[in-house]
Design a protein. Structure first.
Length: 446
């Protein structure tokens, strides 16, 4: 069977803006100026105005090593980003680079190195291929808006950061900038609003309106772990922030620090939510048995999933087994293609009990949309402090023995397999699944 393209073609454009968040704080101290040029053909800089990350490596080896395995470093070499760009340009003329490239390669786009048309990676400048490198972040001097690559780059010998007493050196000047301790700094790229004003990717907005903003906890408190070390070789011991920017995304190709990245992403996701499973401990075979599953977002400063919620799948797996291993009820299982059994599956069987927190983009007529023609977003992701109350009913009349066991998992993956197959990225399958929470429950039958 063929994958239902009428659904897939309107979903794959959401691959833009895949990297994870970095530093943060309160927007009261941040000055927002007039919007920058939106004409992506304008070239305000040259690629040679910026230094590649390798230039920084000799003095900042630890930060360079961390960044090398980050999704910031992955942003342009990411095959899903390259594929989405190639397909999108064929259907949305002059739209795609204006939405994705400004954040995936702010220097590449603003220098004119990334042009309209096929992307020849070998022809790109090194500063472009490195995605979001040292200079892409440490030459930011202001924000023009809190979305859509609203950062202002000022390439020079001055590098900005959060060190208030930098040590003088012969390579560049260092300047403290409180912007770098703010969540607004991150929000300038990690929120995406359509031309019509619809917020689609709103990690910062979620943080500010319902998340950890009220507690004073910022993006870098979670996504830039602190440790003690030297910011530069030979420098004093300081409290530093890691530059691996751990979030929900993982590298799908051979990439530095890939096993360590997956381990850290797994650890973060396994500390994102609280799962509670309950039901009657005694079950009458004559009646339907009901199981209650509660998922609470009590540990995360924004929605879960967030970022690109229309790509990310967070679903509940429920399996009921008797004492000899027979399955009497299940939901959240995968079909032969490793897809969920929803409308995107190639097969006819549907999981009518499925809970999947993946968002859906819609047109005004209710049909599926893309980033470029979306009118509304149906987003069942779990808000900060929110509990999703799920209830499953099933028959236990045929259970063998005197008891049955329920296993519940909250499962996550960054992308749905059908999207990768559509984009011709079959070689990258399977997409790793991370079990965020697991709980079991047993009931006795009479």
């Amino acid at each position: 069977m063929n994958t239902p393209l009428r659904f897939i073609k309107y979903t794959f454009f959401s691959f833009c803006l895949l990297f994870v968040i970095s530093g943060c704080e309160d927007d009261k101290t941040i000055t927002i100026t007039e919007p920058p040029l939106t004409d992506t053909s304008a070239v305000p800089f040259l690629a040679s105005d910026f230094s590649v990350a390798e230039t920084c490596q000799s003095c900042h080896p630890q930060h360079y090593a961390e960044w090398s395995g980050s999704m910031h470093a992955y942003a342009v070499i990411d095959p899903s980003w390259q594929a989405i760009r190639a397909v999108g340009q064929g259907q949305y003329i002059n739209a795609l680079d204006g939405a994705c490239s400004p954040c995936h390669s702010p220097i590449g786009l603003r220098s004119g190195d990334i042009e309209w048309g096929p992307l020849d990676m070998d022809a790109l400048e090194p500063i472009t291929r490195e995605g979001i490198g040292c200079d892409a972040c440490h030459t930011i001097t202001g924000l023009s808006r809190l979305s859509n690559a609203g950062m202002q780059l000022s390439p020079s010998d001055i590098k900005h950061g959060t060190i208030k007493d930098p040590v003088s050196n012969g390579f560049h000047e260092s300047q403290y900038n409180d912007l770098y301790a703010s969540s607004e700094y991150c929000g300038s790229c990690h929120d995406f609003v359509t031309d019509a004003g619809l917020p689609l990717e709103i990690v910062f907005q979620e943080w500010r309106e319902a998340g950890f903003a009220m507690t004073g906890k910022t993006c870098n408190d979670c996504h830039m772990e602190t440790y003690t070390g030297q910011a530069a070789v030979g420098g004093p011991e300081r409290t530093l922030h890691r530059h691996d920017f751990i979030g929900a995304d993982i590298a799908m190709i051979d990439f530095p620090n890939k096993p360590q990245q997956l381990a850290k992403v797994t650890e973060m996701l396994q500390n994102a939510l609280t799962l509670s499973v309950s039901g009657d401990s005694l079950a009458d075979r004559r009646f339907t048995y009901y199981l209650n599953v509660d998922i609470t977002n009590d540990k995360t400063g924004h929605n879960v999933p967030s970022g690109v919620p229309f790509n990310r799948q967070l679903w509940v797996s429920v399996v009921v087994r008797d004492v000899v291993g027979n399955i009497h009820f299940s939901s959240g299982q995968l079909d032969a293609n490793n897809d969920l059994m929803d409308r995107y599956s190639e097969f006819s069987e549907r999981d009518t009990n499925l809970f999947n927190a993946q968002a859906t983009m819609l047109k005004a007529d209710g049909s599926n949309a893309s980033v470029w023609d979306v009118d509304s977003l149906v987003n069942p992701s779990i808000k900060p402090g929110e509990t999703k109350n799920l209830r499953y009913g099933f028959s236990v009349s045929s259970v063998q023995g005197t008891s049955f066991t329920v296993e519940v998992k909250v499962r996550f993956r960054s992308f749905a397999p059908y999207l990768f197959r559509y984009l011709g990225l079959d070689s990258l399958l399977p997409i790793p699944i991370i079990d965020m929470n697991i709980a079991t429950f047993e009931a006795t039958l009479y």
